[in-house]
Design a protein around this ligand. Structure first.
Ligand code: J2J
Length: 547
């Protein structure tokens, strides 16, 4: 892979000094954080999960020990500080000690989702020159180990494929612990995935200092205490269940983190009842499904105090039903893996909790709401107070650049380091943000993000496709679904099912396979003399909405 420019864009020294001076960045690493937690909460439950139908429960002391052994085992394999390791694990208890083990070894987890397939994993491994892939054998009828081995055969840097549950992994996890040098707290800790709007998924370098700050404050804002029980219902590698406040926020507070193997109401309600879960987080379609299921459940949900809803817009109607149906308080969260996370506060008035997506974590999160004019030549002029505009942000836990993406960074960040979120928001006088739309070329499929261009590129690899444009169409359940408009090459007659199969067989996550395919003879003419994909998508989306 070619990647001109630096791998990683650090904060400018004066900003870093400010974040240290204000106590946001405390010079701690995740490894040392776990050591401190194990000392403070040794015999309390840290992690609860399920493996092959049986419940696994680890105390803080046990988690700490496991993470030490895994770190030593990884070091024994030759995994060094700064090495990248692609991690693809479902919601199993081992997720937690493996991640902390990687952190203690100084390696950077690259957080793939369980839904990712060959093509995405190959990109993550190749782009980061990963030395290893850690996954499971089979999960949800997919042979992850076989996929990982296929990627390892293609990508020369990958020397190890480790599957949790194998004898080899068992040996590694039994390695006698030893002291390893602690990584730089201001250095990169891991690479998180971006929802993306361009051809290939972008990787987000987060540091120990910046992420621990967002996790610590998230735990405080969500009122986590050692008595709390947080449940990760969504795939735990995603930024929301990992850090908002997520499994890491729960651990930071000395609470228990429960990993639900699946997010459906049956599984979630069973765990809420048996583990006395006090707080969890879901995307809006799941919240709607839980609200419906709550009317008929015999499970005792009385322990649940807070339901976080985010990842996509939670409409007012749904927001109003959550509290009464589930007997808990709604907390809206609007976040992004690039950094900025906003929460409604637990003591905010109802109108704000129901009608906004929250306000930023940090007093040092800088927010600008600017004219969403021509994205190719943005003026970045602020709109009048209360008006809708494009959200730009900069702060103590928002990245200044994607990993190995100098060219993309020039467009995704302003020259003075603000991240262009691509979200259209209105700022209330209280500082709360209301998300009203999106300017980026992305489809938000019930919280799962699909980059239009990425899917178009896959479609265009089909010999019968001359051109493709992917847009969002409204969907009652998911909020949005993907619709691919396709112009065939002369004489070709590709069908929807054939193209959907084609995309799936290229080895991509199922949520990226277009929900609808419409074959058209030609695209509408969009502008005078220029064929901008952006304008074309807008024209097609408008046409779809009219029906
Ligand atoms: C509207 N759009 C939202 C919301 C995210 C916490 C919660 C969510 C994410 C996440 C996260 C939204 N209303 N409440 O990382 O820590 C859309 C926006 C945003 C994009 C980011 C977290 N909450 N969104 O969803 O990186 O468009 O992070 O820019 O996956 O999701 O997506 P992602």
């Amino acid at each position: 892979t070619e990647h001109p420019g630096p791998d990683h864009v650090p904060w400018p020294p004066e900003a870093a000094a400010r974040y240290r001076a204000s106590g946001h960045w405390r010079g701690q690493t995740f490894g040392r954080l776990l050591t401190a937690l194990a000392a403070a909460y040794a015999d309390r439950t840290a992690v609860v999960g399920e493996r092959a139908g049986t419940t696994v429960r680890w105390t803080y002391a046990e988690l700490d020990e496991r993470a030490h052994r895994i770190a030593a085992g990884l070091a024994g394999l030759g995994v060094k500080a700064g090495d990248r390791v692609v991690l693809q694990l479902p919601n199993i208890p081992e997720f937690v000690p493996v991640v902390f083990g990687l952190w203690r070894a100084g390696a950077w987890p690259v957080f793939a989702l369980p839904a990712h397939r060959r093509t995405e994993l190959r990109h993550f491994a190749a782009h980061t020159e990963a030395v290893a892939i850690i996954t499971v054998d089979r999960h949800d009828r997919h042979d992850h180990a076989a996929t990982a081995r296929a990627v390892a055969a293609d990508v020369r840097s990958v020397r190890h494929v480790l599957t949790v549950g194998s004898a080899e992994f068992g040996d590694l996890a039994a390695t006698p612990p030893r002291e390893l040098p602690d990584p730089d707290p201001e250095g990169v800790a891991f690479l998180q995935l971006s929802g993306g709007s361009t051809g290939v998924p972008k990787l987000i370098p987060r540091t120990h200092d910046d992420y621990i700050y967002s996790v610590r404050e998230s735990a405080r804002i969500c009122a986590l205490r050692p008595e709390s029980v947080y449940m990760a219902a969504l795939p735990v590698a995603h930024n929301f269940p990992l850090s908002s406040p997520g499994v890491l926020g729960a651990l930071h507070a000395g609470a228990a983190a429960v990993l639900a193997p699946r997010p459906d109401a049956d599984t979630a309600f069973r765990l809420i009842e048996t583990e006395r879960v006090t707080i969890t987080g879901v995307v809006p379609p799941l919240a709607a499904a839980w609200v419906q299921a709550a009317a008929r459940t015999e499970r005792d949900l009385s322990s649940l105090q807070v339901l976080l809803v985010g990842g996509a817009k939670c409409g007012r109607e749904l927001a109003e039903r959550i509290g009464p149906a589930l007997g808990c308080r709604l907390q809206q969260v609007f976040g992004m893996a690039e950094g900025l996370v906003c929460y409604t506060r637990l003591d905010d008035p109802d109108d704000i909790v129901l009608g906004t997506q929250g306000r930023p974590i940090s007093p040092d999160d800088e927010i600008r709401v600017v004219d969403p004019d021509d994205p190719a030549a943005p003026s970045d002029a602020e709109v009048a107070p209360g008006r809708v505009g494009a959200l730009l942000t900069r702060g103590p836990y928002t990245i200044r650049g994607y990993y190995r993406a100098a060219e993309h960074n020039a467009a995704a960040f302003t020259p003075d380091g603000f991240y262009r979120t691509g979200d259209l928001v209105r700022r209330h006088p209280s500082g709360h943000l209301e998300v009203v739309g999106r300017a980026k070329e992305q489809i938000n499929r019930g919280g799962e993000k699909v980059a239009a261009e990425e899917v178009e590129d896959h479609l265009m690899a089909h010999p019968g496709v001359l051109d493709a444009a992917v847009v969002a169409v409204p969907d009652e359940y998911l909020g949005e679904r993907t619709c691919a408009y396709v112009v065939p090459t002369a004489g070709a007659h590709p069908t929807g099912p054939e193209l959907r199969r084609f995309v799936r067989e290229r080895g991509v996550a199922a949520f990226k396979v277009p929900d609808l395919v419409v074959v058209v003879e030609e695209f509408p003419v969009t502008g005078v003399g220029k064929t901008s994909k952006r304008e074309l998508r807008a024209a097609l989306a408008a046409r779809t909405e009219k029906g």
